[in-house]
Design a protein around this ligand. Sequence first.
Ligand SMILES: [Mn+2]
Length: 430
Amino acid sequence: MSDLIISADVVEKNNAARKADLERDYASLGERLDRRGIAIDAIRDKVEKFGVAIPSWGVGTGGTRFARFPGAGEPRGIFDKIEDCAVISQLTQATPTVSLHIPWDKADPNRLKQAASRFGLGFDAMNSNTFSDANDQKLSYKFGSLSHADAGTRRQAVEHNLECIEIGKTLGSKALTVWIGDGSNFPGQVNFAKAFERYLDAMREIYAGLPADWRLFTEHKMYEPAFYSTVVQDWGTNYIIAKELGDKAFCLVDLGHHAPNVNIEMIVSRLIQFGKLGGFHFNDSKYGDDDLDAGSIDPYRLFLVFNELVDAELSGAKGFDPAHMLDQSHNVTDPIESLMLSAVEVQRAYAQALLVDRKALEGFQEENDALMATQTLKAAYRTDVEPILAMARLRTGGAIDPVAAYREAGYRAKVAAERPAVASGGGGIV
Ligand SMILES: [Mn+2]
């Protein structure tokens, strides 16, 4: 039995006040879904098994390019972060793993493992960092890392990634995510082909250090911190990388790393079709890599992404096993509340996508009935699946209303008294 940070009494009391309403709502939705030939319990079972990883950096308060306002009771280090992640997991029962970022979360791996397993948490993909300079670092990444013109700097960046794999092996992680800030701010600053060749050579060394049962995820990003070009700019480049490296290399899609209005769900479909979808960094954005809460700006897009994922799941697409991770940064909300709601939003999109009448959709597509095809998706998206999500949480020991239970437990005030405010720290913008 895992340790609980939020008192079981608080959760039970909170659930007791909502349980009768939930049961009525669940029965009513079940009846309506039954008319559509859908068994509500089967959807709920799938939701119960669906998990999304919490990024360790997400439980801290992020900043903007202008300022960072520390939040109350922010984690002082990785062990506080693990406790915050445990709260999210306890109340949502949707986030069984934590994704670490090295060197921000560097600590004795055995202690890390112990701290997480106390709360029943596991570790998802390891994240390396060669986009900022660590305190004890010899060579700077100011002008790049894995694609740097200097061989010594590239070597240092490769070594860092190999170290992340080593730490991850002890933790039980099975993947390394590599995102680099390499690029240029001005035309002519770098030679595109040479920089990409240097990057590929460096990545081949990292790939060679990967254990047999690990996967390597590379993350593309159109701009930022480099403003004119980035080395891993788009999904096409990312696909080339995964193809060049080999069978254990896959593309990671961060929803905020594309130009506005790019058809991300189609990118997802392409990567699935060619066996190279590694996973996601879920978040939402209005203009750029805003790292807002998942589903907070365009929940329909999140649904359309999940429509592709469920299509692949149901059709048994070869090698389909995407890693689900959140990647967001908060500066006006309590990060724990935001992460809980994001996890729920991701589950919501999954549940809605499971409701799509795929046989009908296929028929409409074959008949070129555009209107009915799109209405088939809308019918699933318009369904309020909240009773399914809440019932899944209730049955697995979570809270029917995670934010209400969290606020009632007074966790933030409690940790604010224990943890002094910090003015700076890891941003969490990747
Ligand atoms: Mn990301």
